[in-house]
Ligand binder design. Sequence first.
Ligand SMILES: Nc1ncnc2c1ncn2[C@@H]1O[C@H](COP(=O)(O)OP(=O)(O)OP(=O)(O)O)[C@@H](O)[C@H]1O
Ligand SMILES: Cc1ncc(C[n+]2csc(CCO)c2C)c(N)n1
Length: 257
Amino acid sequence: MDLMTHCTHFLLPTIPLDDNKPTLTYALVVLNQKLPTFTPLLWKHAKLRLCADGGANRVFDEMPDLLPNQDPILVRNRYKPDVIKGDMDSIRTEVQDFYSNLGTKIVDESHDQDTTDLHKCVALIEDVTPNLEKANLCILVAGALGGRFDHEIGNINVLCRFSNTRIVLLSEDCLIQLLPRSHRHEINILSSVEGPHCGLIPIGIPSASTTTTGLQWDLDNTEMKFGGLISTSNIVREARITVRSDSDLLWTISIRK
Ligand SMILES: Nc1ncnc2c1ncn2[C@@H]1O[C@H](COP(=O)(O)OP(=O)(O)OP(=O)(O)O)[C@@H](O)[C@H]1O
Ligand SMILES: Cc1ncc(C[n+]2csc(CCO)c2C)c(N)n1
């Protein structure tokens, strides 16, 4: 079984180069929720920046507040999304016109009322990523957690729908990603920016067997299911966590203030 490694390098000001591994190519999707304070950092690391519908209002309204030492007009012009995509029922007209005039591509999919704006954005990123580069793609989603529970679950469902793509859901307080059962996983903890609180949660179906190392409450061939045991309020004990399971799991870890 192949090994998949994970590290939250994107929360650091500069991403360290590793001679042994290809660096990931990041894409950013901004959702319609209060922007996390580290959004300018994610923006800097991303090669492609999208706003999901009303996410564009957040970049327009809140990015200047996150960079208080810079001229708000210049900030607004500099933080220009490459694409705004969604059903366009939340973006304000002045915001759409502003970015459209700067050259942002606007993709109106109001005819599709069966998939969320995040789903639409992830599908676009997959479409424009050449097959050879897909293995190194990592999609960061800002503003995915907290707020409305139906939206949060919809965002988690996107992890399941695109389970072969690396996607990280982020809020100010924590991140969530999917650990597919097809791989064993090594999670390298950057203790300056994340932890110690973490969780491992079976999604969709129970896990008959999960084994971990590096946690305060490790699992040893343990069953996890809703209504039974799931691993919440766990604590990172080592810099390297390993996980192996017969089911897809959600990995969540707190982000330091
Ligand atoms: N409160 C929230 N919590 C988590 N994610 C959110 C929240 N609000 C919006 N989002 C995310 O941002 C995306 C864009 O938000 P937007 O408000 O434009 O969606 P929407 O389709 O108009 O939602 P709705 O019509 O259900 O209110 C959503 O698809 C969702 O992924
Ligand atoms: C069974 C079912 N439940 C809810 C919706 C509504 N819905 C789901 S995604 C979406 C787009 C949001 O931008 C909307 C309106 C549906 N279509 N089918």
